[in-house]
Design a protein around this ligand. Structure first.
Ligand SMILES: NC(=O)c1ccc[n+]([C@@H]2O[C@H](COP(=O)([O-])OP(=O)(O)OC[C@H]3O[C@@H](n4cnc5c(N)ncnc54)[C@H](OP(=O)(O)O)[C@@H]3O)[C@@H](O)[C@H]2O)c1
Length: 262
């Protein structure tokens, strides 16, 4: 039976998959806490979701003091959050040796350190209340090393592994943890990562709304990991049985072609 969440905190709700989560949750009667850097976008979204109760928290999750504010909000027992969607994230693209080190490090802070700290802030209260969930938005890129997006793939592999470990630790506690692993999704991601959409066929793309819907469905059915879309799920299954030496070469060739078509 589908759990109905009372209050959800969604990071990266100012666009794409996070915004789609916010819209779906609001439509289901869930109160929201929306987090991202672009406060104006969050406020416009909140206004559009009326009469849903929405708090806006403008925060850069790569900044320790902003991250601490969001952690404090999650740990506030007077206004409990029973669903945390760790969705904010970004990618970079190119040969690692040429990419600015500071932005690679920032990627680890936003994609890994922030979800880790936010989960750590939210979980004790959820466990005490015997109810709650954390969704970590990973990626199909978690399934194999990701040449030309080396840091990005590694951050998403972290999230997939971390989520599955937490899921086991929390078994029987009433708290669920899900790794949502989307493939190509039409959002602002590709533009901000500077990745071309080049030769990726139309049929491989999903909408942010379908991805969020798949995530919420998987959460309701207690899954630990889900890959939205049949083609994506097949790609992940194939990549699991092929030797890593093959999959990383295939990904490298695809990335070079996309870069050439950017
Ligand atoms: N699109 C895809 O093909 C795809 C595939 C697999 C996985 N994903 C994952 O899906 C998640 C959502 O991405 P998306 O596709 O929806 O891309 P998007 O449209 O670019 O959204 C990214 C969100 O993350 C937020 N964000 C980025 N840096 C932040 C920071 N320092 N502090 C706070 N918020 C920050 C952005 O908000 P502000 O800019 O307002 O801060 C934005 O709301 C990411 O984790 C991404 O890795 C995407």
């Amino acid at each position: 039976m589908a759990p109905r969440w009372s209050r959800a905190l969604v990071t990266g709700a100012s666009s794409g998959i996070g915004e789609a989560f916010a819209r779906r949750l609001a439509a289901d009667g869930t109160e929201l806490v929306l987090v991202a850097r672009r406060g104006a976008r969050l406020r416009a979204l909140a206004a559009g979701l009326a009469p849903a109760a929405v708090e806006v928290v403008t925060a850069d999750l790569g900044e320790p003091s902003d991250l601490a504010r969001v952690e404090a909000r999650l740990a506030d027992a007077d206004r409990p959050v029973d669903l945390l969607v760790n969705n904010a994230g970004f990618g970079t693209s190119g040969p690692f040796a040429d990419l600015p080190a500071d932005r690679e490090e920032l990627q680890v802070r936003v994609n890994v350190v922030a979800p880790l700290r936010l989960a750590r802030a939210a979980l004790p209260g959820m466990r005490e209340r015997g109810r709650g969930a954390v969704v970590n938005v990973a990626s199909l890129a978690a399934y194999q090393p990701y040449p030309y997006g080396a840091t990005y793939g590694a951050t998403k592999a972290f999230l997939a592994s971390f989520s599955q470990a937490l899921h086991e630790e929390l078994r029987g506690s009433g708290v669920r943890v899900l790794a949502l692993c989307p493939g190509f999704t039409r959002t602002e991601f590709q533009q901000s990562a500077g990745v071309g959409t080049g030769p990726v066929p139309d049929g491989l793309w999903m909408s942010a709304d379908r991805v969020a819907a798949a995530g919420l469905r998987a959460l309701s059915s207690g899954r630990v990991l889900t890959i939205p879309g049949v083609v994506n799920a097949t790609a992940a299954a194939v990549s699991k049985v092929l030797p890593a030496a093959v999959t990383r070469r295939v990904v490298a060739v695809g990335a070079r072609r996309r870069r050439a078509g950017a």
